[in-house]
Design a binder for this molecule. Structure first.
Ligand code: GTP
Length: 324
């Protein structure tokens, strides 16, 4: 079975960081968001196909230099085709069925079990569903007693939401779903295609545990916390000579002697945190420099950001090379 991963979005809600770094390559809990998504795939997946668009070259370069367990191929779009258009564009040679993953969700879903459920029940697709309080930003499913999806409404007003079970962005689809997508134009798979597939049998795979769509600054930091709590963080450990509670994921070559850390921090390669500085619940991307006695809390700092000595930074998202 192959996996098709949608990686083509602009990540507008994470600007200015995403002006230079695609959302999927932002490191959280010690590795890029995309790699946490891929971690969910079973070992026996034959190939991962990344449907890319925005910053396709950057993503292609990264996956070539940071290989995963499966062969990876990227298929770029010349112009944004939306989720369905991206699937169609990258769908040649797809297995039947195939995994379809959004590249910006973290989840405790068991995709092996979802695949087994799909094989047992048949139908054209099986969508992982997670229960949330506020359904407004998501696609919401109505289910019958057998777990079959009877209605699917994208981003409904609260009074129109048929349940609190939302599309978790992880699914198994048969090739029939690809055949239903018109070629050569932007298509929203969720709005234009999924409702029409329901008559052919689409089932929900409900899971509990944790899930988040890491598309906004708050939710990206929340996703990082959930991954740490679930023990899914990358290389853990406070840099040599630093102190604090952690968890901190330190990627290669960071220095922080004399600095202190609260919980839930990722230090990308080449970060420097000087003595007396304090960092908590934040993501510091490549070559960020936090100078003496500064504090960084609840923030996402793009590559090469500099935080001046003594400065207090709270709930900030700063793009490449910014100074604060
Ligand atoms: P925002 O601009 O902040 O809304 O983020 P986004 O562009 O990632 O949009 P959204 O979170 O709604 O996208 C859901 C998933 O679909 C993500 O994995 C995106 O990378 C992917 N995606 C969105 N638009 C496209 C597209 O035009 N082509 C492809 N291939 N993938 C897309």
């Amino acid at each position: 079975m192959k996996a098709l991963v949608l990686v083509g979005g602009f990540g507008t809600r994470l600007r200015p960081v995403t002006y230079t770094v695609p959302k999927q390559l932002i490191p959280i809990a010690g590795k890029p968001l995309l790699y946490h998504v891929l971690d969910l795939l079973p070992d026996d997946v034959e190939e991962v196909v990344l449907a890319t668009g925005y910053k396709a070259d950057v993503i292609d370069g990264y996956v070539r230099t940071h290989p995963v367990r499966w062969p990876v191929r990227t298929v770029p779009e010349a112009e944004p085709l939306g989720t369905g258009g991206g699937m169609k564009n990258a769908g040649d040679g797809m297995s039947d069925p195939f995994f379809l993953l959004n590249s910006d969700v973290i989840a405790s879903a068991d995709l092996e079990a979802m695949r087994t459920a799909h094989a047992a029940r048949g139908g054209v697709g099986t969508m992982a569903l997670f229960e949330v309080e506020d359904t407004r930003p998501y696609g919401v499913a109505a289910l019958d007693a057998q777990g079959r999806i009877t209605a699917f409404v994208e981003k409904p007003e609260p009074e129109d939401a048929p349940s609190r079970w939302i599309n978790a962005g992880l699914a198994v689809w048969s090739r029939t779903a690809l055949d239903a997508i018109p070629p050569g134009r932007p298509v929203s798979f969720e709005r234009e295609i999924v409702p029409g597939l329901l008559t052919q049998g689409v089932y929900g795979y409900r899971f509990t545990g944790y899930w988040d769509d890491a598309g906004t600054p708050d939710r990206l930091l929340n996703a990082q916390r959930l991954l740490f709590e679930a023990g899914r963080g990358g290389k853990l450990g406070i840099p040599r000579g630093a102190f604090g509670t952690g968890p901190v994921a330190t990627m290669d070559g960071s220095r922080a002697a004399g600095a202190s850390f609260g919980p839930n921090v990722t230090l990308a390669p080449g970060v420097t945190v000087e003595a007396g500085a304090h960092v908590a619940n934040s993501i510091l991307m490549d070559d960020v420099r936090v100078e003496r006695d500064a504090t960084v809390t609840d923030s996402i700092l793009g590559p090469r950001v500099r935080v001046r000595a003594g400065h207090r930074l709270v709930r900030q998202v700063l793009g490449d090379g910014a100074e604060a």
